[in-house]
Write a new protein. Structure first.
Lengths: 387, 248
C-alpha cells in the first residue's frame, strides 16, 4: 500500500476537494494503471482502454469550464491529478498532459467558438484524442527555426513540413500543429484523414514505452480557413501551452519520485544484509533522507506554484524553475532508488527502472534542463546565453 | 425510494496510530483519515437503488468536525444531501446508533445502508443496533441485494457459502465487500459537491452502554524460530505456512 511522504504536513494546506481529487486519482492509479502498466511498458504499447476511463473521471481539461466538458477546478487540482497519474507512469501522465494542456488549452485559449464547441467536449470525454506538433527533426530546443509552413490558397492553406517526437501523434484525431505563415508562427488544427497527412509511430524507445510517440508528415495538406487558431500569432502561442504543460510536469514528477521513495523505504526496511535491515546503514539512510528532503522541497514548490498560477502572478520563468528542479530531483531519486533495491532494482517487479527510464524523457521534453537554466539565467541577469 | 447511507471516517490503513494521553483513545495528531472502505459499497448501493427506483440518497456521519470530509466524498459520488451529526465524545456504538435512529425517525428512509464494519473499532454493532432501535429487520454482510416494491431479497456471505434471505421494507442492510464495484467520484462532481448542502444536526444525548477503559498497542515479539535445511525443519516450515500463515 502506497502512502505519500508528507513530512511537513502539507495536507493542512490542501482543501477538501484537492484532497478528494488526490484520493480519486490515487485509487484510479492503484486499480486501473498499476496492475497493467509493467506489461504495457514491456510490450511498448499505450493502454488505449484507459482513455475512456480517464475521461470518465474527468481527467481531461480539469481547469477548463464545465460548459466545455472541463471540471472547472483550480490549478492545484490539476497539478495534484498529474502527480498521482505519474506515480503510476510518466507515459500515462504525458497522455493527460498533452490532451489537457497542449490540445484543449490552446483550442480554449486561442480557438474560435466553433472550434471550442467542435473539439473540447469530444476531447474531454475521450471520444477524440489530440496531439501537439511543435518539435521538428531539426528544430528542438530552438523552435523558432521550424520549417513547417503554410501557404494561402483559395479557402484555406496548404501545409508542408514534418514534426517529430510527437506524443499521441498516431492516435490523434486532431493535431495542433505550429507552422509559419508568411514567416509568422500560427496554430493549425490538422484532422486525422486529411489528404497528405500521415503520422507513423516512432519505435525503439527505451523510455516512455507505454506512450505513443510519432512523426507527423504534411505533404500539401489542405487546411480549411476555419481550422487555423485565430487567437494567437508568433511563438508565444506554443510557448504559452508549454507553460501549462510544464506546470503539470512539475507536479507529475513528484509522483514518480514518491513512488520510488516509498518503494525504497519499504525495501530498505525489509532487505537484510550483514544480518540487519539495510535501512539501518548510514549510507542507505543518507540516500533515503536525501530523497525525502528533495521531495519535501519539491512539494512546497508545487504548492506555491499552484497558488501563484491561480493568482495570475505566475511567470513562465517560475514554471521553468520548478520543472528544472523537480525533473532533476525525480530522476536522481529514481537512480538512487535503483541502487537501494540492488539487483531487484532492475526487475519489473518494482516500478523503479521504468520510472528512471521514463524520467530521462521528462527531463528532456518540454524544454531540456539546460534550456530552463538559460531561461532563468536570462531572467536574473538580463543577459541571454542561448547563442 | 428514500435511502439513508451511514458512513464513517477511519484512520488510513497505512497510518501508524498512537494512543492518546488519556490512555483510552487514539491520538488524532498526524493520522491520515479516509472513508471507511466498506462504506464505499454502501454508498454505491444507495446510488444504484436511486438510479433504479428514483428517490433521494442522504448520507450521514456521526463524529468530530474532521469527519465531515467523508460526506464530501459521498456527495461527490452522487449522494443528494448529507447530514453531519457532531459528536466529539467518541463513545460507544450505542451512542452513535441512537443519533442515527433518531435521524431515521425524522426523515423516514425506506432503507438504511451501512458498511459491514468500520475498520478502526471493528465492533460490527451499529447496523444491528439501529435496526433494533427502530424495530426494523436487519440483514448483515450482504453481498447481493434486490428490492422490488417493498420486498427485499438478499444474499449473505456465511462461512463456506451463501445464504438467501428476504425481508420487507423498511429495513437495515450492511454491505459486504463485493456487493458492487464502487464508482470513482468524477472531478466535475467533486466541484459540484462543494455547493451541495450538509445539514448540521445535534447528537442524541444518551449514556454509553460500554466504556473504554484503556487502549494499548500490540507488542511485537520475535518468535525466534530459526529453521535449518534439515528435512524435519522443511516439513515443519511447510506445515506452518499452510496451517498458521495460511499462505499455501
Ligand atoms: C518521449 C518524447 C515525447 C515528446 N513529445 C513531444 C510532443 O508531444 N510535442 C513536441 O512538439 N515535442 C515533443 N518532444 C520533443 C521534445 O520537446 C524535444 O526533444 C526537446 O525540446 C529537445 O529537443 P531536441 O531533442 O531536438 O534536442 P536539441 O535541441 O538538439 O538539444 C540537444 C542537447 O543540446 C542542448 N542544447 C541545445 N541548445 C543549447 C544551448 N543553446 N545551450 C546549451 N545547451 C543546449 C540541449 O539541452 C540538449 O541537451 C518529445 C520528446 C520525447 C523524448
Amino acid at each position: 500500500m502506497f502512502s505519500h511522504p508528507d513530512y511537513y504536513n502539507l495536507d493542512e494546506l490542501f482543501t477538501e476537494e484537492e484532497k478528494l481529487v488526490r484520493q480519486t486519482v490515487r485509487d484510479f492509479v492503484d486499480n486501473e494503471i498499476l496492475p497493467i502498466i509493467e506489461k504495457s511498458a514491456r510490450d511498448g504499447v499505450f493502454p488505449l482502454h484507459l482513455v475512456k476511463k480517464m475521461a470518465d473521471i474527468g481527467l481531461f481539461g480539469i481547469t477548463l469550464p464545465q460548459e466545455y466538458g472541463g471540471a472547472g477546478m483550480n490549478s492545484t487540482c490539476y497539478g495534484i491529478a498529474m502527480q498521482e497519474l505519474e506515480r503510476g507512469d510518466s507515459g500515462i501522465r504525458s497522455f493527460a498532459s498533452v490532451q489537457s494542456s497542449l490540445v484543449m488549452y490552446p483550442i480554449y485559449a486561442f480557438g474560435s467558438e466553433e472550434q471550442r464547441l467542435k473539439w473540447l467536449p469530444r476531447l474531454a470525454s475521450g471520444q477524440a484524442i489530440g496531439c501537439f506538433g511543435l518539435t521538428e527533426p531539426d528544430a528542438g530546443s530552438n523552435p523558432s527555426s521550424m520549417t513547417t509552413n503554410a501557404k494561402r490558397v483559395e479557402g484555406g492553406f496548404l501545409l508542408n513540413g514534418a514534426k517529430m517526437w510527437i506524443t499521441n501523434g498516431t492516435l490523434a484525431d486532431v493535431a495542433v500543429v505550429w507552422g509559419k505563415l508568411d514567416g509568422v508562427v500560427r496554430g493549425f488544427l490538422v484532422e486525422k484523414g486529411m489528404a497528405g497527412f500521415t503520422a507513423p509511430e516512432m519505435k525503439g524507445k527505451h523510455s516512455l514505452r507505454a506512450s505513443v510517440t510519432s512523426e507527423l508528415v504534411f505533404q500539401d495538406v489542405f487546411i480549411p480557413e476555419e481550422n487555423m487558431l485565430p487567437g494567437v500569432e508568433g511563438l508565444k502561442g506554443p510557448l504559452s501551452c508549454l507553460t501549462q504543460a510544464r506546470y503539470g510536469i512539475s507536479w507529475g514528477v513528484v509522483g514518480a519520485a514518491m513512488a520510488c521513495y516509498d518503494s525504497s523505504l519499504h525495501y530498505a526496511k525489509s532487505r537484510i544484509a550483514f544480518d540487519r535491515p539495510i535501512a539501518g546503514f548510514q549510507l542507505i539512510q543518507d540516500k533515503l533522507v536525501w530523497m525525502l528532503n528533495e521531495i519535501t522541497k519539491a512539494q512546497l514548490l508545487c504548492w506555491r506554484l499552484g497558488k501563484i498560477k491561480d493568482q495570475n502572478t505566475l511567470r513562465p520563468q517560475h514554471v521553468s524553475l520548478a520543472k528544472r528542479n523537480n525533473c532533476e530531483m525525480a530522476l536522481t531519486i529514481a537512480r538512487m532508488s535503483r541502487e537501494i533495491h540492488g539487483a531487484n532494482g532492475i526487475l519489473d517487479e518494482y516500478p523503479i527502472m521504468r520510472h528512471a527510464a521514463n524520467l530521462e524523457s521528462v527531463k528532456t521534453y518540454e524544454g531540456t534542463h539546460e534550456m530552463h537554466t538559460l531561461i532563468i539565467g536570462q531572467d536574473i541577469t538580463g543577459l541571454s546565453a542561448f547563442v | 425510494m428514500n435511502i439513508l447511507v451511514c458512513i464513517s471516517q477511519v484512520p488510513d490503513t497505512t497510518t501508524r496510530v498512537a494512543v492518546g494521553t488519556d490512555g483510552s483513545s487514539i491520538n488524532p495528531a498526524g493520522v491520515k483519515f479516509i472513508l471507511n472502505p466498506y462504506d464505499e459499497f454502501a454508498i454505491e448501493e444507495g446510488l444504484r437503488l436511486r438510479e433504479k427506483s428514483g428517490g433521494t440518497v442522504t448520507t450521514v456521519t456521526v463524529g468530530p468536525d474532521t469527519s465531515k470530509e467523508v460526506l464530501r466524498t459521498a456527495l461527490a459520488m452522487g449522494s443528494d444531501t448529507a447530514v453531519f451529526v457532531k459528536d466529539e465524545s467518541r463513545s460507544d456504538s450505542f451512542v452513535v446508533a441512537s443519533s442515527i435512529a433518531d435521524l431515521a425517525k425524522e426523515i423516514t428512509p425506506d432503507v438504511i445502508l451501512f458498511g459491514r464494519q468500520s475498520i478502526d473499532f471493528d465492533s460490527f454493532a451499529l447496523p444491528s443496533m439501529v435496526g433494533e432501535l427502530l424495530g426494523w429487520p436487519n440483514i448483515s454482510m450482504v453481498s447481493s441485494l434486490t428490492i422490488e416494491g417493498t420486498q427485499v431479497s438478499a444474499e449473505r456471505d456465511i462461512e463456506g457459502g451463501k445464504e438467501s434471505v428476504s425481508a420487507t421494507l423498511p429495513c437495515v442492510i450492511s454491505a459486504q465487500k463485493g456487493l458492487n464495484d464502487p464508482r470513482y467520484p468524477k472531478l466535475p462532481d467533486i466541484m459540484k459537491a462543494k455547493s451541495k448542502p450538509i445539514a448540521d444536526r445535534v447528537a442524541t444525548v444518551v449514556e454509553p452502554r460500554v466504556v473504554t477503559l484503556s487502549m494499548t498497542l500490540p507488542v511485537s515479539k520475535r518468535l525466534n524460530n530459526i529453521m535449518t535445511d534439515s528435512d524435519a525443519d522443511i516439513d515443519q516450515l511447510v506445515r506452518l505456512l499452510h496451517e498458521e500463515a495460511k499462505v499455501i
